[in-house]
Ligand binder design. Structure first.
Ligand code: ZN
Length: 108
């Protein structure tokens, strides 16, 4: 298993557990499921051609992965009701951003 694979799925599946427990110890499972649901933002990849390209950086390519979208997620942090979704979305963007940095590292 490659390091990149480990970091990517570690952030996507394991890190949200830690955030969920930190956020709300009693209802961590519900929070965890909400965090996993924010992965649905990757549905915007379906608009792209090709849908998946390992050499492409998602950030600023897909509509829900632009700096504009990230700005909206930051605003959503301010609202108690949307905060956990915003945390999930921002975590997703950070994960994709790390992927982009590793892409540069692997194929400069
Ligand atoms: Zn993504």
């Amino acid at each position: 298993m490659s390091m990149k694979f480990f970091i990517h799925y570690g952030l996507h599946f394991i890190f949200p557990i830690l955030i969920a427990i930190w956020y709300d110890q009693k209802h961590w499972l519900k929070i965890y499921l909400i965090l996993l649901a924010t992965m649905l933002v990757d549905l915007d990849h379906l608009l792209a051609n090709p849908i998946f390209d390992p050499k492409r950086c998602s950030i600023n390519f897909h509509p829900l992965h632009t700096y504009w979208a990230i700005g909206i997620y930051l605003l959503a942090l301010l609202h108690k009701k949307t905060r956990i979704i915003a945390i999930g979305l921002l975590l997703h963007m950070i994960t994709d951003f790390i992927d982009c940095k590793m892409l540069l590292f692997i194929n400069p």
